[in-house]
Design a protein around this ligand. Structure first.
Ligand SMILES: [Zn+2]
Length: 390
C-alpha cells in the first residue's frame, strides 16, 4: 500500500466559485436574510490547509489541472447546457439551471473541476499514478446532460468516466456516498452496461423520489444501477454494512477496470444538509475499503472526488480522514469524534438493515451472485420503497 503513487488535484480558482448571497442553500429573496450559502469555498481551502498542516499532503504529488475542453464536456453534456453555464457566469451572477447559482469565476471553476477529475482518471488509467484525490468545486453529481442542478454545473465524474473509457478503461464503477442521490450520474449511465453506478444516500432527501431501490438501470444497462437509500439517522454501522454486503460484492460481480468515488462528506453527523451520523472514522474506513477493493479488482486504480459537504467546522477533519486513508495511514485525530461516536444510531439498526437485506435478495448484481440464479426483475419492496421522496 505504501508503494501507491498518489496525486492530489486542486486549483485556487475552484475556491473562488461562490453561489452568491443567501442563507443556507437558499438565495436572498423574500423572507431570506443575507447570511451565507453553504457552498462557499474558503471552507475547502481550510480543508486543504488541515491536510497540509498534518503532513499528509506531503504523501501526494500536488497537481494543478487544466480546464476541461469543450470536447471533454460534450462527452456528457449538450452544447446548450455549456452555453448556459458560460453565459450566466459571464453575467456575474444568476442561476445556470435549477438552484445552480454562479458568480463570475464559476464557469472557469467548473471547467477546472471537470479537468481535475478527467486528468485524475486518465492519469490512473495510463499508469502515471495509482490513486488520486480531487478537491474540487463546484460539485458535479446532480448535473444532468442538459441542465445544471443543485450547486452542480458540470458532472465532474461522469465526464471523467467517459474520458477514462476513451483511454482504455472499458468498465467503470462509480460509487457515490454523498448524502444526496446523484441523479445526474445515474441519468447519464442508466442504459449503459459498462458503467456501474452505486449510490448510498439518505432516502427521500434530494432530489425528491430519486434513487429508489427499484431504479436498477434500463435496456442494455439493466442491473448496472444500484441505489441504497438508507433511512435518516444511519451511522457508521449502516454505512460499513453497506460497504461490506452491497458495494464489495457488487463490484466483484461487475469487475470494473477503474473505480471512481463521488466522495461527498455531507453524510457526516455535523452536516446541516443531511441527517446522517458518519464521522471521520467512517469516511476513513470506507475509503480504505475502496482502496483495498481497487487493489483486488482494478490494479489499484481509483479516483476520489469531493462532492457535497457543508459543515464549516467538521469538513476539514473529514477531508483529512479521507486523505489519510488514500495515503494508507491510520485514521487521524478527530477532535469532534466524541460528539458523534456514542450516539445510539451509530450501530446498525434493524430498520436500516431492511434496505440492505432487500438489495441482497433482489438486486440483479447481488441476487444473481449469491444464489447462482440469473438476474431477475426487482419488485417494488414494501419496506425499502416506502420513502417515496419528500
Ligand atoms: Zn450532497
Amino acid at each position: 500500500m505504501s508503494a501507491s503513487r498518489l496525486a492530489w488535484y486542486s486549483h485556487e480558482i475552484c475556491f473562488w466559485h461562490d453561489p452568491g448571497p443567501g442563507s443556507g442553500y437558499v438565495p436572498v429573496g423574500p423572507g431570506v436574510e443575507p447570511l451565507r450559502q453553504f457552498a462557499v469555498d474558503p471552507d475547502l481551502r481550510r480543508a486543504e490547509g488541515l491536510v497540509k498542516a498534518s503532513g499528509v499532503l506531503d504523501r501526494f504529488t500536488c497537481l494543478t489541472p487544466a480546464p476541461a475542453s469543450d470536447e471533454d464536456l460534450l462527452l456528457v453534456h449538450v452544447p446548450e447546457h455549456v452555453e448556459r453555464v458560460e453565459a450566466a457566469s459571464a453575467a456575474g451572477a444568476g442561476d445556470a439551471g435549477v438552484y445552480a447559482y454562479v458568480n463570475y469565476h464559476s464557469a472557469q471553476a467548473a471547467r477546472l473541476a471537470v479537468g481535475a477529475c478527467v486528468e485524475a482518471a486518465t492519469g490512473v488509467v495510463e499508469g502515471r499514478f495509482d490513486r488520486a484525490y480531487c478537491l474540487v468545486r463546484p460539485p458535479g453529481h446532480h448535473a444532468e446532460p442538459d441542465r445544471a442542478m443543485a450547486l452542480c454545473l458540470y458532472n465532474n465524474l461522469a465526464v471523467a468516466a467517459r474520458a477514462a473509457q476513451r483511454r482504455g478503461a472499458r468498465r467503470v464503477m462509480i460509487l457515490d456516498w454523498d448524502v444526496h442521490h446523484g441523479n445526474g450520474i445515474q441519468r447519464t449511465f442508466y442504459e449503459d452496461p459498462d458503467v456501474l453506478y452505486v449510490s448510498v444516500h439518505q432516502e427521500g432527501l434530494f432530489p425528491a423520489a430519486s434513487g429508489l431501490v427499484l431504479e436498477t438501470g434500463a435496456g442494455a444497462g439493466a442491473g448496472s444501477t444500484l441505489n441504497v437509500p438508507l433511512p435518516a439517522g444511519s451511522g457508521e454501522g449502516a454505512y460499513l454494512a453497506v460497504m461490506d454486503r452491497i458495494v464489495e460484492p457488487a463490484a466483484r460481480t461487475f469487475r470494473p477496470d477503474l473505480i471512481l468515488v463521488a466522495a461527498g462528506l455531507d453524510a457526516s453527523g455535523h452536516d446541516p444538509m443531511g441527517r446522517m451520523l458518519c464521522t471521520s472514522r467512517t469516511f476513513h474506513s470506507m475509503t480504505s475499503m475502496m482502496c483495498r477493493l481497487a487493489g483486488e479488482l482494478t490494479g489499484g486504480r481509483i479516483v476520489f472526488a469531493h462532492e457535497g459537504g457543508y459543515s464549516a467546522w467538521y469538513q476539514p477533519t473529514l477531508v483529512l480522514g479521507t486523505a489519510t486513508a488514500i495515503a494508507g495511514l491510520p485514521a487521524p485525530q478527530d477532535p469532534f469524534l466524541h460528539s458523534l461516536e456514542h450516539l445510539p444510531g451509530q450501530r446498525l439498526q434493524r430498520h436500516q438493515e431492511r434496505v440492505i437485506t432487500h438489495l441482497e435478495e433482489h438486486h440483479p448484481l447481488l441476487a444473481g451472485a449469491t444464489s447462482g440464479t440469473a438476474p431477475r426483475a426487482v419488485p417494488v419492496p414494501a419496506a425499502a420503497s416506502s420513502n417515496g421522496g419528500p
